[in-house]
Design a protein around this ligand. Structure first.
Ligand code: URA
Length: 212
């Protein structure tokens, strides 16, 4: 498994504003979108392409275009939805599938309550969107689900992660033949006793959409 922590002053700046408890929901949503677009740039470094020949107004030249089948972007509901716009801005032709997962706040176990994904993901590159990689339970369940549908290449984009979550995913997929990459805005210090990332940014879903 590869873990890439995006290291850029603009990402650090936006993350600092995002973490600040005084940042309101509209600003939080806009910052998440901007951050995801920056993370997506890193995450799509190995997106599949094909060679093409095109005619410019001046001459014929070789170029690269995204290969078919197009990648599948999978936001994990609810908080991953806030990352979708930023991702599709960079890959507008990607197919989008949805996975609804909820974490029990006591046991921290993730369960699937909804899914809207292609039935067959054979040979597809998948980009999973989940802003907070905390215990790793939700992301691990999502990755298992995608592998079971045939996904052959999975990249997760997370705004923040805890070391505990990264270790969990590493152990869970140690023997998996499917390449897994995690692209992060920052690797934080730890999880607290309630399963929150420290220093973190609080509950990403609540901060994106308000408490429901
Ligand atoms: N989910 C969140 O929204 N925040 C955390 O800190 C951990 C999990």
């Amino acid at each position: 498994m590869k873990v890439h922590v995006a290291d850029h002053p603009l990402i650090s700046h936006k993350l600092t504003v995002l973490r600040d408890e005084r940042t309101d929901s509209p600003t939080f949503r806009r910052l998440v979108e901007e951050l995801v677009t920056l993370l997506a740039y890193e995450a799509t470094r190995d997106v599949r392409t094909k060679s093409v020949v095109i005619q410019t107004p001046v001459t014929q030249t070789d170029g690269l275009k995204m290969a078919e089948p197009r990648p599948v972007v999978v936001p994990i509901l609810r908080a991953g939805l806030g990352m979708l716009e930023g991702m599709t801005r960079l890959i507008p032709t990607a197919q989008v599938g949805f996975l609804g997962m909820v974490r029990d706040e006591k046991t921290l176990q993730a369960t699937t309550y909804a899914n809207r994904l292609p039935e067959d993901l054979s040979g597809r590159q998948c980009f999973v969107l989940d802003p907070m990689l905390a215990t790793g339970g939700t992301l691990a369940s999502a990755i298992h689900y995608l592998i079971a549908l045939g996904a052959t290449d999975i990249t997760a984009l997370c705004i923040l992660a805890a070391p505990e979550g990264i270790s969990f995913i590493e152990r869970e997929f140690e023997y998996s033949s499917v390449p897994i990459t995690i692209v992060l805005g920052a690797l934080d210090i730890k999880l607290n006793e309630k399963g929150y990332i420290v220093p973190g940014l609080g509950d990403a879903g609540d901060r994106l959409y308000g408490v429901v």
